[in-house]
Design a protein around this ligand. Structure first.
Ligand code: ADP
Length: 471
């Protein structure tokens, strides 16, 4: 099959979170399974672009409203990522470094989708599947069916994957005038509450919708930032497919960022060395269990609860733990996490920002990974943690519920708690500290057990292929 993935992110070209990881890995595994998988994404001004040779595959113009844009489709020449990568260069929209958070994001991603369709409309052959990821690419299923210029593409099957249903790409209804001319009788398919809602349109128009875990799909029926009704009405074509992890990138035996490599046999010794290295850097005590948080510093991830939870956990354990946070996001949460350093010197530290290298080092160094998420569509961090022998402490929600079994249960290997409250997080930390200090053998056994769990992409990859074939 020929599958085209359309996405705003793809690791290592441009990544802001899990979407980048998934789109950087899934196509690689689909190619390994004998299919032709390609990724099409915007060409941001990122170092990847100057570090790789790109060839001009196609160029043309398109109109968005009254403005004419020139665009080029640039192909990475040497298949560096294990699949064909196409970057859509649109001067005026993507010649900037950042991925998101510009005032004109809605126009940028609409322009990206139009450029993609302009390119595909003149292909001599048809791909089997156009796989859209999140709202940035979610107008494509509608446009392929109802925009006059692209209607000959309507027979191509489309799939939408919802990586995060909170972000829907809302635009004012006036913005509908920017879309390529479409059948006005169908305008109800892009409209939701008097606005253009790309995610809603793809839930209606894509031939299949997937979410990145089964539990998240169930949760979306009740909490989907207004779109619950759609997830319920279109349930018959919705599927929960758990993400996998790229075991070539996330492998403690070969990880290019680590100073100390390890596997199940020498995990205790090598993790201690990694911990000592990190603790020295952040002035923490490596004789204590190290708890880390890695992720976006936003309420969705429960990051706002961390300052109180960490203070409580430290007071309940009489300072017997070390905490390290890596994250960026909400400025207020960042400030709270930053100022906590002055009160908890030697017990807590943080790095506010984004660092791929530090994240790898932290997964390797930590004893426990905290994920107090309020919402977690799948979560990749807990799966990286498992592979790196770091016990995940998670709230029972979404993909965390589907991947982590509490060590209190038969065969369990993580810690789960119920409520998104500082109290629940703190008491889970106390439970973890007890496991670390008083039940050393069980602690080590759990590590071994976790590291043997297989969360590689092979299984999820074949579920996607089965879904495509069913269409
Ligand atoms: P989401 O996509 O909702 O942010 P996921 O758990 O699906 O959450 O994926 C998060 C990914 O982003 C992981 O690879 C994690 O290591 C990475 N990540 C998040 N924040 C940072 C950061 N500040 N520095 C480095 N990596 C980060």
């Amino acid at each position: 099959m020929e599958i085209i993935h359309l996405s705003a992110e793809c690791y290592p070209v441009a990544k802001a979170g899990g979407l980048g990881d998934v789109v950087g890995a899934l196509p690689k595994y689909q190619c390994k399974a004998g299919h032709i998988a390609k990724v099409v994404m915007p060409m941001y001004h990122k170092s990847f672009v100057w570090q790789h040779e790109l060839v001009n595959e196609y160029e043309s113009d398109f109109e968005m409203g009254s403005i004419r844009f020139h665009f080029r489709i640039m192909k990475e020449k040497f298949n560096a990522l294990g699949f064909d990568l196409y970057l859509v260069d649109i001067p005026g929209l993507f010649d900037r470094e950042g991925i998101y958070s510009y005032d004109d994001d809605d126009r940028r991603f609409l322009g990206f989708q139009i450029a993609f369709l302009e390119w595909v409309r003149q292909w001599q052959h048809r791909p089997d599947i156009v796989h859209c990821h999140d709202h940035h690419t979610a107008l494509v299923p509608f446009l392929m069916q109802y925009a006059y210029r692209y209607q000959h593409l309507a027979t191509i099957k489309t799939v939408l994957t919802v990586h995060n249903g909170l972000y829907q790409g809302w635009m004012s209804w006036e913005s509908a005038a920017l879309l390529p001319e479409y059948d006005q009788w169908k305008s109800g398919l892009v409209e939701f509450c008097n606005a253009v809602n790309p995610l809603a349109s793809a839930i209606r128009c894509a031939h299949a919708v997937t979410t990145v875990s089964l539990s998240y799909l169930e949760e979306l029926m009740d909490h989907a930032a207004g779109l619950e009704i759609l997830f319920r009405s279109f349930h018959y074509k919705c599927y929960g497919i758990l993400n996998g992890i790229d075991t070539e990138v996330w492998n403690p035996e070969t990880d290019k960022y680590l100073s100390f490599h390890y596997n199940g046999k020498n995990v205790d010794e090598m993790k201690l060395k990694s911990k000592t290295e990190i603790c020295r850097l952040f002035e923490l005590d490596s004789n204590k269990p190290l708890f880390v948080f890695i992720g976006r510093a936003v309420a969705e991830k429960g990051a706002d609860l961390l300052p109180t939870a960490i203070s409580k956990a430290l007071s309940n354990t009489k300072g017997a733990c070390s905490f390290l946070v890596l994250g960026s996001g909400d400025k207020e949460v960042e400030a709270q996490l930053g100022s906590l350093k002055t009160y908890l010197e030697g017990l807590y530290n943080c790095y506010i920002g984004y660092s791929e290298e530090l994240s790898h080092k932290m997964y390797a160094a930590a004893d426990f990974l905290l994920m107090p998420s309020r919402v977690e569509p799948c979560g990749l961090n807990q799966m990286y943690a498992l592979r790196y022998g770091t016990i995940p402490i998670v709230r029972s929600v979404g993909g965390l519920k589907d991947t982590i079994v509490d060590f209190g249960e038969n065969g369990g290997f993580g810690l789960r708690f119920l409520h998104s409250s500082a109290e629940d997080i703190a008491s889970a930390c106390c439970r973890a500290a007890e496991l670390y200090y008083d039940y050393r053998e069980s602690f080590q056994l759990i590590r071994q057990r976790m590291m043997a769990i297989d969360h590689s992409w092979e299984k999820s990859c074949s579920q996607y292929i089965e879904l495509y074939q069913s269409l």
